[in-house]
Design a protein around this ligand. Structure first.
Ligand code: NAD
Ligand code: MG
Length: 388
């Protein structure tokens, strides 16, 4: 039996992780669950799965959760609780959204445990630190992001630069605004941006897909995970989301991973690795599938992709700045306080304020995140003033 801590258990990845566990209950048990705001949903999950530990983000929720749960289930709050949950299970699924997932990534690897990583922001912002803790004896990092799970499988699960790899090709659905130009995107609403054509995901990553920032973050994620130079990481738009990514080798061979778009497959892969689930989530009927098409991304309309490549190539704290500025901009957009096109503008103008900054410990990562957020907020304030 594999024990699993699911942090961010009430979100899209968290709920699908519980569906994987429901499908193969003889294989997995739940050690810990956590949520930030959906406390009632968290209580219902804890009653069903009986974890040893439940973590909330707001101390005011602790008493209510304690009262609602049977004895034997401890209730904790904040980072200390997340760290305890990361240390206690065989596998920790980091399904928290945004920079708030950092303590889970670091604590799981430091404890020499397996990290099933959905929270790409923690890897992107803290890559040099994660690279170090990843070497802890017993630690392993299995990507849950579908593209990286695909590449991991196509590489034969190897980690580290492989001279026989010519190129990684990340596929992108293109998001809800594929094919549109800048003029036609003026005034698009939050609702428009949340209409993803192939995946059903949380709001932040769905907006990131609409700007192609998600793909930009994934380019940096691929570099951090597999050690592949940026010049050898490409992006192609593949609207059907059947080919989840590819590895091209030096002899001209390309190996791809295909399935229907179903996150339960990469989640299940990360939970059961090196074995595979017996449940075919996303199993493909090739004869029923439509044509598979590939096209280049529109880099001038969706500027976030190149902003991410540039931040990745700059290295140091630049990816942390990119990710934090994007979080600020997406929050403002989701709150209805910003135009969609201003997301890339805020990220770009914030990165102009970046001064080279090495990243060699967690404190430096937290500081870089705070600097970038405050720079992004002043950029937002400047834009507001000029709108008035
Ligand atoms: P979501 O918004 O649906 O869920 C987020 C979860 O994190 C919730 O349980 C929420 O309560 C918790 N949370 C939010 N803020 C928190 C905080 N400050 N502290 C602690 N917990 C907090 O998000 P999601 O779509 O499930 O995405 C989660 C992560 O997985 C993101 O990093 C995303 O990029 C990545 N990811 C998601 C998908 C997908 O299909 N949803 C695919 C690939 C990667
Ligand atoms: Mg992805």
């Amino acid at each position: 039996m594999t024990s699993v801590s699911i942090l961010g258990s009430t979100g899209s990845i968290g709920l699908q992780t519980l569906e994987v566990i429901d499908a193969e209950p003889e294989r997995f048990s739940v050690a810990a669950l956590s949520a930030a705001s959906s406390v009632d949903a968290l209580i219902a999950q804890a009653k069903k799965y009986r974890p040893q530990l439940v973590i909330v983000a707001d101390p005011r929720d602790v008493a209510r959760v304690q009262e609602a749960l049977p004895g034997g289930c401890e209730v904790a709050c904040g980072v200390d609780g997340l760290v305890a949950a990361s240390e206690m299970a065989d596998v920790t699924v980091n399904a928290i959204v945004g920079f708030a997932g950092l303590p889970v990534t670091i604590a799981t690897l430091k404890a020499g445990k397996r990290l099933a990583l959905a929270n790409k922001e923690s890897l992107i912002t803290a890559a040099p630190v994660v690279e170090r803790v990843r070497r802890t004896e017993g630690a392993s990092l299995i990507p849950v992001d579908s593209e990286h799970c695909a590449i991991f499988q196509c590489l034969g699960a190897s980690h580290g630069a492989n001279p026989q790899v010519a190129r990684l090709v990340l596929t992108a659905s293109g998001g809800p605004f594929r094919g549109r130009d800048a003029a036609s995107l003026e005034g698009v609403t939050v609702q428009d941006a949340l209409q993803h054509p192939t995946w059903s995901m949380g709001p932040k990553i769905t907006v990131d897909s609409s700007t192609l920032m998600n793909k930009g973050l994934e380019v940096i994620e691929a570099h951090a995970l597999f050690g592949t130079p940026y010049d050898q990481i490409d992006v192609v738009v593949h609207p059907q989301s059947i080919v989840h990514s590819m590895v091209e080798y030096t002899d001209g061979t390309t190996i791809a991973q295909l399935s229907l778009p179903d996150m339960r497959l990469p989640i299940g892969y990360a939970l059961s690795y090196p074995d595979r689930l017996e449940t075919p989530f996303g199993g493909l009927d090739l004869l029923a599938s439509s044509t598979l098409t590939f096209e280049p991304p529109d880099r001038s309309t969706f500027r976030c992709l190149d902003l991410a490549y540039a931040a990745g190539r700059t290295g140091g704290a630049a990816p942390a700045w990119l990710s934090a500025a994007n979080e600020v901009a997406v929050e403002e957009f989701l709150a209805g306080d910003l135009e969609w096109a201003q997301i890339s503008e805020i990220v770009s103008r914030t990165l102009e304020l970046y001064v080279e900054d090495p990243l060699d410990n967690v404190e430096a990562v937290i500081e870089a995140d705070a600097h970038s957020r405050s720079a992004a907020r002043s950029v937002v304030a400047g834009i507001r003033r000029s709108n008035e």
